[in-house]
Design a protein around this ligand. Structure first.
Ligand code: ADP
Ligand code: MG
Length: 288
């Protein structure tokens, strides 16, 4: 049977805006020593703004943005939203066919009769596109039309206001290490990680490589230590399910993430994890 104190703990957590899907997860939160974070939508707001449009091969900025917006029409990724917002005009879906979203890479789609690619360096390289690497700070979307590079669009996100506080708070309550796993570039990963105080950053990861990083950590930690993963969910369901405690953003997070998670932060604030662990510790004192 479940000790009554746990119900009090789950209730206290829910009042604090943290849904805990069972007393075993409240219990596990006590022993979390490693917290692994996704970047976009977890430590950052996931609300990108277009900062530069850099056309190549004779394209205009307008043409490049239009092609990008069409390529991103069917995607729910925060990157896609920002590009469609910057374009601002209506998109005629009939012009699009053969849409494919490639996790951790980007988009492939036919626009009119042209084959468009929109994504990162990996997408360009796997299609043997000669692209001009971007040197500006920010997340870069490289674009190609019929296998020719046509330019790039640079977007930037903002840190969540409580991200830094969350990381320092976790350290204060005994978390040994904070880690960030992202599909974004090394430069963006290092910038965000250093700003918020993350101990280790791993970038350019595909969804399955995020699971592999988690497994590596699992094999190194002591037996009684637990690992939590925190994500907003786009492509993160496998890692959320694999961690001892999977924590999802409830507001921005995808349904798949909320489903796969053990703990859901209703307000999307990473600092709520600190509150949840404190409640878990108080609950343990009452229960035992
Ligand atoms: P993360 O949440 O860690 O940023 P994702 O797996 O969601 O990782 O995405 C990793 C990378 O894949 C992005 O930084 C981007 O370069 C590329 N990508 C993913 N989805 C899209 C998209 N809709 N359009 C363009 N690029 C994308
Ligand atoms: Mg993500």
């Amino acid at each position: 049977s479940i000790p009554l104190g746990f119900f009090g703990g789950i209730g206290a957590a829910s009042k604090a805006g943290v849904l805990v899907k069972g007393s075993n997860y409240l219990e596990a939160l006590n022993d979390v020593k490693y917290i692994v974070f996704d970047k976009t939508g977890t430590l950052t707001k996931g609300q990108f703004q277009v900062s530069s449009i850099l056309p190549a091969n004779g394209k205009s900025k307008e043409e490049l943005l239009e092609i990008a917006a069409y390529a991103e029409f069917f995607s729910n990724h925060p990157i896609a939203l920002s590009i469609r917002n910057a374009y601002g005009k209506e998109i005629v879906a009939e012009k699009l066919s053969n849409y494919q979203e490639i996790a951790g890479h980007g988009i492939s789609v036919t626009y009119h009769t042209d084959e468009i690619l929109a994504g990162n360096v990996k997408l360009m390289e796997s299609n043997h596109i000669l692209y001009i690497p971007n040197k500006e700070a920010g997340t870069t979307i490289y674009l190609a039309k019929n296998n020719q590079f046509i330019g790039s669009i640079i977007i930037s996100d903002q840190l969540k206001v409580d991200a830094k506080k969350a990381i320092s708070g976790l350290k204060q309550i005994g978390v040994l290490k904070t880690i960030m796993l992202t599909g974004d570039s090394k430069s963006v990963a290092n910038k965000v990680g250093n700003l918020v105080g993350i101990d280790e950053m791993y970038a350019e990861l595909l969804p399955h490589q995020k699971v592999e990083q988690l497994e590596k950590l699992e094999s190194k930690k002591a037996k009684n230590e637990k690992i939590a993963f925190v994500g907003d969910g786009i492509n993160d369901a496998p890692v959320l399910a694999r961690a001892d405690v999977g924590i999802a953003m409830g507001g921005l997070g995808s349904d798949a993430a909320i489903e796969a998670a053990d703990v859901v932060l209703m307000s999307d604030e990473p600092s709520k994890i600190v509150d949840a662990i404190k409640i878990a510790k108080r609950t343990r004192t009452i229960v035992w």
